[in-house]
Design a protein around this ligand. Structure first.
Ligand SMILES: [Zn+2]
Length: 409
């Protein structure tokens, strides 16, 4: 204990194994003649009296829970009056030592919260509490610095009925989650700009977003110097969404008409990128393309659109976009036409992708978006906004942690 958890003014005294509770108790006492510090002003003062013994949970050891037992002093502070002392290994609010809080939060980043609780024989609530403490400390101590590029994205949570707005920093040397907001309204996204203030907002050069109207409005108003880029990931997702709709409707119709169910299990053949198909799926696709189906025509349109991303010049990319949308408008495939119309309406913002020299490609936002989904899937405990928010900041926020003299992990 003296090697890894020692604080001046305090002595680690006797330790004993309690067989019944399978725990180790370590008595901690104040060094003779030392003065306790007031928990309000952090200044040392004379002891007024002693309170009952308090237990602080410490990092478990060889499968035993470990507790520090300490009789808290009350300090007669010149400024604040009689106050409970502050202890360097924890704070007055909860029963875990800081070392244990950091330990649990560390593992809760790698494992699910439930697995963390099981592994260290503690409760889900305690893991949650630990993560919350670490996240709050991190948010209070993080530096926002100069932010060059941000991405805004929405994600569904709580069984898909509710939305969150997520704002990421996507600079080349720093990608992290900056902010989480409830809903996906204008008011939501404005809160982010309120948080960082007009100074930082004015310095943002690029904003990647999808076509969600409230976001576009806020970007225009609060971040007018920045180039708003509609990123590739969201556009591709829109086209895939339309294609999937065409396929689903047609598949149902074929079944109703009693025709051979050629579209059965075709979903991933047509949605996946060609280079990612398995051999079986490739054969299946080749087979499928022989049929005169709406799905096949929509698929070919989707595939053609891939060339769009190969352009360097915004002008030529714009020409391609015009030709492609015209072609789709003539296709009489309604879901695809709807996408084409949307793309036409956002022509300039889409071409900003090329104006930014593809610097802020979808890869970053897509990667973060996937991480968010994995984090949310990892625990079915994240039903409330607050818990989801904490979990996301913890995993994706790259938050600073308090300095410690010894790491227990
Ligand atoms: Zn004081």
């Amino acid at each position: 204990m003296n090697q890894c958890h020692h604080f001046s003014g305090f002595v680690n005294d006797t330790a004993r194994l309690c067989n019944e509770s399978k725990s180790i108790e370590v008595d901690v006492r104040a060094r003779h003649g030392s003065r306790g510090k007031c928990s309000c002003c952090h200044q040392p003062g004379p002891t007024y009296d002693h309170l009952g013994i308090r237990r602080f949970e410490f990092v478990p050891f060889w499968g035993f829970m470990v507790f520090l037992l300490y009789r808290m002093r009350r300090i007669e502070c010149r400024r604040c009056g009689v106050k409970v002392e502050e202890v360097p290994w924890g704070n007055g609010k909860h029963q875990m030592t800081t070392a244990y809080v950091l330990f649990l939060a560390h593992w809760a980043k790698k494992l699910s919260w439930k697995e963390t609780a099981l592994s260290f024989r503690t409760s889900w609530d305690k893991v949650c509490q630990a993560v919350e403490v670490v996240v709050q400390w991190g948010l209070a101590h993080r530096e926002l610095g100069a932010i060059r590029a941000i991405g805004v994205d929405e994600v569904q949570y709580s069984k898909g009925h509710k939305y969150l707005t997520l704002v990421y920093q996507i600079d080349a040397n720093c990608t992290r989650l900056l902010w989480v907001g409830k809903e996906r309204t204008v008011a939501t996204f404005e809160q982010f700009f309120d948080m960082i203030g007009p100074d930082l907002s004015g310095k943002i050069e690029f904003v990647c977003s999808d076509m969600w109207r409230p976001y576009l409005k806020v970007i225009r108003e609060r971040c007018s110097n920045a180039l708003n880029i509609l990123d590739r990931f969201h556009i591709v997702a829109k086209i895939n969404g339309a294609l999937d709709e065409v396929r689903a409707v047609e598949a149902r119709r074929l079944v109703q008409d009693g025709i051979e169910p050629v579209l059965k299990k075709s979903r991933w053949c047509i949605l996946k990128r060609q280079e990612n198909l398995t051999t079986g799926q490739k054969l299946r696709l080749r087979d499928l393309l022989k049929y005169r189906l709406q799905t096949v025509r929509a698929y070919l349109l989707k595939e053609q659109f891939n060339h769009f991303w190969e352009y360097e010049s915004p002008t030529w990319a714009g020409k391609f976009l015009d030709q492609w949308t015209t072609m789709v408008m003539r296709s009489r495939i309604e879901p695809m036409k709807k996408v084409a119309k949307t793309l036409r309406n956002h022509r300039e913002l889409i071409l900003n992708y090329f104006r930014a020299k593809k610097e802020f490609s979808s890869g970053v936002v897509e990667g973060l978006n996937n991480k968010v989904k994995v984090t949310m899937r990892k625990s079915y405990g994240f039903r409330t906004f607050r818990i989801t928010e904490i979990a996301l900041y913890h995993v994706l926020g790259k938050l600073p942690e308090p300095e410690v003299t010894h790491r227990f992990y």
